[in-house]
Design a protein around this ligand. Structure first.
Ligand code: C2E
Ligand code: CA
Ligand code: CA
Ligand code: CA
Length: 277
């Protein structure tokens, strides 16, 4: 009868309703969240294979929502970008990370790098660049210890504004690295004229070591390309000793991944820094 016919539609509407409520709640809460409690920053060590020495940490955001539990950064960063919350969120992250770096420099003479993921949206705006400049002078930190990770994309490399802003950041002393290298942009030629210091080879290529001969061949040429361009490189998502051996043999000496360490809480990474890298 009519009642039964309506039921699936009703359930579907209820599902949509719930998803929308969740989305709106997350959006509102993300807008007001401050870093410390439910929202935190974790630090994944980056290591020089030949010496086992920690060269730095990548800072990664974590959000444990009081109602919905842990939310993946992939979800809340996309939401933040869509709703333009990413500006304030990144500014808070920068303040937070710079403060930590200042403390670690003062208390443990930490000289390593801390990298921060920067959404390319921010690079369109000179106010963001000026924000970074003001925070660099506010905190007692060495800009050389800051790295901005920027995911490669076609839009990114075709914007003159972004290009000039990246140049400004580098003049301040900040290092620029290309995140997820090899996944977002077909032509590699941009590397020759783009203001970049370092390339992060995406996990996708690391996964192909010992499993995909053609993928391995691509990885080998990526490594020699980066070397020939005289850029620094780091392999991401390294999970096995065999992968490390392969990378080391071919001259990629810096790695990051679960094999070395998962991202650490602020306290745990503090202990690592304190006890000498
Ligand atoms: P990403 O920048 O490519 O970060 C690397 C991701 O790989 C992280 O996921 C990290 O936890 C994970 N990972 C590291 N080593 C391994 C490994 O050996 N195996 C595997 N399977 N995974 C590994 P996470 O923390 O979930 O972050 C996901 C993405 O969210 C990041 O990708 C980044 O694009 C974005 N993100 C995270 N925090 C921030 C932030 O504060 N700002 C911005 N704009 N984006 C962020
Ligand atoms: Ca990254
Ligand atoms: Ca990456
Ligand atoms: Ca990524």
């Amino acid at each position: 009868d009519g009642k039964n016919k309506n039921k699936p539609i009703h359930l579907f509407q209820q599902h949509i309703q719930e998803a929308m409520t969740r989305q709106l709640t997350l959006e509102k809460d993300l807008q007001n969240v401050s870093i410390g409690d439910e929202f935190s920053i974790v630090f994944q060590p980056q290591v020089k294979v030949s010496t086992n020495e920690i060269i730095g940490f990548e800072s990664l955001a974590r959000w444990r929502h009081p109602l919905f539990g842990p939310i993946s950064p992939v979800e809340f960063i996309a939401l933040a970008e869509e709703k333009l919350i990413i500006y304030q969120l990144t500014e808070r992250t920068i303040d937070y990370v710079f403060k930590i770096l200042e403390t670690r420099k003062r208390e443990y003479s930490f000289t390593g790098i801390v990298s921060i993921n920067i959404s390319s949206l921010l690079l369109e705006h000179v106010v963001f660049i000026e924000f970074v400049r003001s925070r660099l002078s506010y905190f007692d930190i060495n800009p050389k210890q800051i790295e901005f990770e920027i995911t490669e994309s076609v839009q990114l490399f075709s914007s003159e504004t972004v290009l000039s802003h990246l140049q400004l950041l580098r003049k301040m002393g900040i290092r620029i690295s290309i995140d997820d290298f090899g996944t977002g942009y077909a032509a590699l030629s941009y590397l020759s004229h783009f203001p970049v210091d370092k390339v992060k080879i995406d996990k996708h290529f690391i996964d192909q070591i010992d499993t995909d001969r053609k993928g391995e061949a691509i990885l080998k040429s990526i490594i020699s390309l980066i070397k020939n361009m005289e850029l620094y490189m780091i392999a991401e998502g390294v999970e096995t000793a065999d992968q490390i051996r392969f990378l080391k043999e071919r001259g990629c000496d810096h790695i990051q991944g679960y094999y070395v360490s998962k991202p650490l809480t602020e306290e745990k990474s503090d202990m690592v820094v304190k006890n000498g890298c």
